[in-house]
Each structure stands twice: as C-alpha cells, then as structure tokens.
Design a protein around this ligand. Structure first.
Ligand code: SF4
Length: 119
C-alpha cells in the first residue's frame, strides 16, 4: 500500500518478480519514479480528484516465479519494452540527474530509466 508507505518510511525499495527494481527516498520516488513498474503502481493509486473515473491498472499479471520472462521480468507488461528488454536483464544502476550527478539513494533496474525519469 503505497499510501501507507509514504507515511511510515524514509526510503523505499520496489520489488518485482523477486528482485528490487527501484530504490529511492520515498518522496523522490513518488514525485519522479525511474522505473515503469513504479510509475504504473503510482498511477493506480485511487485519487479523490478522479472520483467516478476508472482506476488505472497495469496490463497483464505478475509472472509465475518458476517461469520468469527472459531479460527484464516486467517486459510483457511494460509499454516501453524493446528487444533489449526481452534479452538482457537490467542491473540496478545509479540514477543520475540531468547534469549527470548521482542522486543519493536512487537506483533503477531499467534499461530506460533516463527516459522514464524525464519522460
Ligand atoms: S527494462 Fe525495458 S521492459 Fe524493463 S521496465 Fe525498463 S523499459 Fe520496461
């Protein structure tokens, strides 16, 4: 429950299919996620100003952990997935600001974290 997490945590680690896919100070992650799964989770939080509208849901289902997709496990559900995502497991790498400086505590396991962060 991301609403509860925001109240009780300073840092957050988002997991998908048994792996950490993003870490960040909690308010930075909410304001500007650097992984498409985190972005989807945040979009699916109900908001009072969207009363009466359909809730957003990430398409598809989480994978069977005995048969995790090749490459990035999130690729079958990701709107940004490419052939690279389907073949190469993204490592958890530092997330940098627009000037190339390390953002403390921020890591993302997405080949396209830059595009996700700034897109
Ligand atoms: S690595 Fe590719 S499939 Fe995985 S989250 Fe990033 S863009 Fe999506």
């Amino acid at each position: 429950d991301l609403g509860v997490v925001a109240d009780v945590a300073d840092k957050i680690a988002v997991m998908y299919a048994g792996r950490i896919v993003e870490t960040a100070p909690v308010h930075e992650l909410y304001a500007n996620p650097a992984h498409p799964y985190t972005k989807g989770l945040l979009r699916s939080i109900p908001r009072l100003d969207q009363k009466g509208q359909d809730l957003y849901a990430i398409k598809g289902l989480p994978p069977n952990l005995l048969k995790v997709p090749a490459g990035c496990a999130f690729n079958p559900r990701c709107e940004r997935a490419t052939d690279l995502c389907r073949s190469e497991l993204p490592q958890l790498v530092p997330v940098l600001d627009a000037e190339g400086a390390d953002l403390p505590g921020r890591r993302s396991a997405c080949h396209f974290w830059k595009e996700t962060l700034h897109g």
